[in-house]
Ligand binder design. Structure first.
Ligand SMILES: NC(=O)c1ccc[n+]([C@@H]2O[C@H](COP(=O)([O-])OP(=O)(O)OC[C@H]3O[C@@H](n4cnc5c(N)ncnc54)[C@H](OP(=O)(O)O)[C@@H]3O)[C@@H](O)[C@H]2O)c1
Length: 332
């Protein structure tokens, strides 16, 4: 197949890393089982790391970032997929060292592909994207760990992608959500998504040098790490759990063992990247049915074209994007 298509390519030059739209051929792509015509993608923190040359994310350049894809199967040589199927791909190596969703075609292994649930459009699946899938996995882990029904749940990094979807989902499921944010300007918006209360990072960190804090939280969804996650764990109620999926603040966890050995609390790791595809499908199906979000439209910070993306990379790295930026790659 020799069709040409558009992609946002990141190149390494003498002056650093640059991005530009380039023409590519389908034959340039890796030889995957499933060729997908990409219609929608989304912007995640990891995409901005890839686009700025972070070798922990992308080792080889030139490269097309984009860890999220929603589109139509063009052709498939393996798996249950046929031309025209509406599908989603998130995580695995997509957008890391495999050319990703910021181009009009991707070529991927059959076992990376998930059916787009009937309850979601291709666009709404990308409003959620990896961040939404991770938020849903975090909430699901808390439920599996036995969180109190309707209990008080703390969400950190609340204005971000994972945090904002977690706020909307938890409040829709009947939990009382306290959102932690470094942005006072986000408070009204977070309340409109369903947060009962918004607190500053400083307020959460008050007295946090103590080994334990007053037991307040029936659950915590964290995407920030560092002192914020440590303070949240110190404030868990007896037997309660915190999820940990990210390091937007820090990769450290300055904590001692007291909350674990005196209150029996749990720290639950969440990974949406290498998760088996069958579990990804189950969570996407849940997001298309019982967990379909009423506040989906309010999560959208921007709808971007490929040309507009580069201006957003520094913004998401600086923690300035509120909610989710969806990327329109091609006309449906
Ligand atoms: N494990 C996985 O599978 C997985 C999946 C998705 C994402 N992640 C990781 O999860 C993290 C969040 O992802 P995201 O897509 O939600 O990113 P994001 O949209 O950039 O949101 C991160 C949020 O964290 C808060 N924050 C930023 N810097 C901070 C700091 N220095 N101290 C405290 N809070 C800070 C900000 O919220 P406020 O302004 O409201 O405070 C920011 O909006 C990233 O580390 C990402 O790589 C992991």
């Amino acid at each position: 197949m020799s069709e040409k298509f558009r992609a946002l390519r990141v190149e390494q030059g003498t002056a650093g890393f640059t991005c530009a739209i380039q023409q590519r051929a389908v034959s340039d792509l890796a030889d995957g089982d499933v060729l997908i015509r990409v219609l929608w993608s989304s912007l995640n923190y990891k995409d901005a790391l890839s686009a700025s040359g972070n070798k922990g994310v992308t080792r080889r350049f030139p490269h097309t970032p984009g860890i999220d894809v929603a589109g139509l199967v063009e052709r498939a040589s393996d798996g249950p997929w046929k031309a025209g199927d509406k599908v989603i791909v998130t995580g695995y190596d997509l957008g890391m060292n495999t050319d990703g969703g910021f181009g009009e075609f991707v070529s991927v292994p059959a076992d990376w592909v998930v059916r787009c649930p009937l309850g979601l459009t291709l666009r709404s699946s990308m409003v959620l994207g990896t961040a939404g899938l991770t938020a849903a996995l975090s909430v699901s882990s808390l439920i599996d760990a036995g969180i109190d029904e309707g209990g008080d749940v703390l969400v950190t990094g609340a204005s971000g992608g994972v945090g904002s979807v977690a706020v909307a989902l938890l409040s829709q499921l009947g939990y009382r959500v306290t959102a932690v944010t470094g942005r006072e300007s986000s408070a009204e918006w977070l309340k409109s998504l369903g947060a009962s209360e918004c607190i500053s990072r400083e307020a959460l960190l008050e007295n946090s040098a103590k080994p334990m804090l007053a037991p307040k939280w029936s659950g915590v969804v964290d995407a920030v790490g560092g002192e914020i996650l440590a303070a949240a764990i110190k404030g868990l109620r007896y037997g309660a759990s915190a999820t940990c999926c990210g390091m937007a603040g820090s990769a450290d966890l300055p904590l001692n063992v007291f909350p674990f050995i005196l209150r029996g609390v749990n720290l639950l790791g969440v990974d949406s990247v290498e998760l088996p595809v069958e579990i990804k499908q189950q969570v996407w199906d849940l997001l298309g049915t019982d967990w379909s979000l009423n506040k989906m439209a309010d999560l959208v910070a921007a709808e971007l074209s490929l040309e507009e993306l580069p201006a957003y990379f520094p913004q998401i790295l600086a923690g300035q994007v509120r909610g989710r930026a969806v990327v329109k790659v091609a006309e449906e």
